[in-house]
Design a protein around this ligand. Structure first.
Ligand SMILES: Cc1cc2nc3c(=O)[nH]c(=O)nc-3n(C[C@H](O)[C@H](O)[C@H](O)COP(=O)(O)O)c2cc1C
Length: 245
């Protein structure tokens, strides 16, 4: 269609990297591209921590279930939802900031996701690859302390970046009919589409793993959703001044 769409459709997470460093000017250019994402009510609520200290990387790797790329990728970023500077802005005008609203948590978190996706796409456009690291939230309290995050700031996810040392296949997505609906919600027909898609995902895993993994999408999701999803998140977020009302 065009180069941008081709780039988006060529995305796949990269988890093995060459040791070649990524020049700091490139990292900064990526962050500038991230900042250009749309931002809810212009709040600009994302702060990015670039982590180069090996001891900190080791801790983060351990917090993220030992995923080695967290310590081995040439660049590691932590995207934080940050409402601190908004407190500062209100203080500048002697305004009493009302905080703790779930809406603010959502907008700050969405801001981070949009910012980060711009960073990843910009990186891919320069021949880099990357992978989000949501597993930082496994031990979010430890990560929060390690990074010295104040009240009203929380780590949403990390991101590994670097020059790819692997060339994984593109992971097939759900059929268009499952994700695009006209006018009103309906899931008529989705069941069969998902059954067909399951086969496609099975083939993808078989090919990617030389036959050792052949999960379907619905199997993978049903395995995941019978387990609790980081139940510590609510009390953690509340301790940071989010989702209080
Ligand atoms: C917010 C977020 C968190 C993620 N966390 C991890 C993670 O901790 N470890 C990992 O290996 N992949 C992680 N991923 C990558 C997903 O597993 C991956 O995007 C998905 O399986 C689709 O594969 P693809 O990116 O190769 O198309 C994460 C992705 C997102 C968007």
């Amino acid at each position: 269609m065009n180069n941008v769409i081709e780039l988006l459709k060529a995305h796949r997470s990269i988890r093995k990297f060459k040791t070649d460093p990524v020049p700091q000017e490139v990292v900064e250019e990526l962050i500038l591209a991230g900042q250009c994402a749309a931002t809810s009510s212009f709040i600009q609520a994302c702060t990015v921590l670039q982590i180069t200290d090996p001891a900190t990387r080791e801790h983060l790797c351990e917090a993220a279930a030992g995923q080695l790329y967290v310590k081995e990728s040439p660049v590691f970023l932590v995207f934080c939802a940050d409402m601190q500077r908004h407190q500062m802005a209100c203080d500048m005008h002697d305004a009493v900031m009302l905080s703790g609203f779930t809406e603010q948590f959502l907008t700050a978190s969405i801001d981070c996701a949009l910012f980060a996706q711009n960073v990843l796409i910009a990186a891919e456009s320069l021949g880099l690859g990357g992978c989000y690291i949501g597993a930082l939230r496994n031990k979010i309290g430890e990560v929060d302390t390690l990074l010295g995050l104040p009240d009203k700031v929380y780590p949403v996810f990390g991101m590994c970046l670097g020059y790819p040392a692997q060339d994984p296949e593109i992971k097939p997505r759900l059929p268009l009919g499952v994700v695009l609906k006209q006018q009103r919600y309906s899931n008529d027909g989705d069941y069969q589409l998902i059954v067909d898609y399951d086969e496609q995902v099975r083939r993808y895993y078989r090919s990617r793993t030389g036959g050792t993994k052949d999960n379907s999408w619905s199997e993978q999701i049903s395995d995941m959703l019978v387990k609790e999803a980081r139940p510590h998140m609510l009390s953690f977020l509340q301790s940071k001044g989010f989702v209080l009302k």
